[in-house]
Ligand binder design. Sequence first.
Ligand code: NAD
Length: 327
Amino acid sequence: SRLGIALVGLGYYSTDLLAPALQLTKKCYLAGIVTGTPEKAERWKKQYKIPDKNIYNYQNFDQIANNPDIDVVYVVLPPSMHAEYTIRAAKAGKHVFCEKPMAMTVAECESMIKACRDNKVKLAIGYRCQHDPNTREYMRFAKEKTFGKVQMVACGAGYFDPRTDHWKQKKALGGGVMYDMGVYALQGARLATGEEPIAVTAQHFTTRPEIYKDVDETTLFQLQFPSGTVAACHTSFGINMNYLQANCEKGFFKMEPFSSYSGNQGISSQGTIQFPLANQQAKQMDDDAEVILANRSLLVPGEEGLRDIRIVEAIYQAARSGKQVKL
Ligand code: NAD
């Protein structure tokens, strides 16, 4: 059997990536939608043959509890809304897939984890890269110490965003590059070392102060790990970059790109890293659906989203104070 997924929030990511991927999945399918825009409901209903009974808006969303077609609610809203919709979905008895960043604060992440635990539903975070075999390969290097100890990591994730009036530029909606692209660089550093940072320093910059008044456009952050490994990371809405490099005692590995939807690849002192992957989002959703169907443990549970937000909070604090923040 296949799990029925309802997408909440039909913006760019749902429209361009998740709905097409759900046409390729084997363990789950697009069963329903939640949208505040009636025209979108009409368009999606026709395009994906979604029955009226599986179409909700933000007011009647909680009635999804009575709909046996929907097994999973996938929250694809601006980050300030992730906690509310995850908790409402959990209370409706639905499993939750929640997009990154998990939420704005550690407190929100903890309440999301608790709501899912209390309602006996699973919570997966949309860190698609962890499902990509190219990422799994460098995670293996870190775990098995293939090139000895990882000594230093450099990681950059950014793109030039031409928009001037979007939630990514508004603090109240969960904007800010550290929450948006910064979590990719943070994941890169954590996964390439296989360690959790113990201290951070950080600095904000902007190439366009007239647009980025409310939130950070470019953030540099440095992580210290228990073994002595250090990471220098950067993230930007003004600069295109996507790479990860790890220098190790007995070699190196580097990925470029490291967190794209497709084509992640790299090279190590042993040779190329290039595993084919037909569709990353389909792989992610099928992996998570399979786990739910078999009642096993998720690859990227809420606890993993929380780990990042704890560090993101420390990074913002470090940038504000100009001082090192210990974790
Ligand atoms: P988007 O702005 O294109 O879409 C957001 C949707 O939320 C829109 O349909 C909008 O109508 C709806 N919405 C409901 N209430 C809103 C409100 N009060 N203000 C603004 N919008 C509101 O954004 P997106 O790029 O699709 O991002 C949505 C989520 O998906 C974010 O959490 C983002 O980080 C995540 N995302 C993840 C990936 C990935 O690779 N995993 C890629 C892109 C986006």
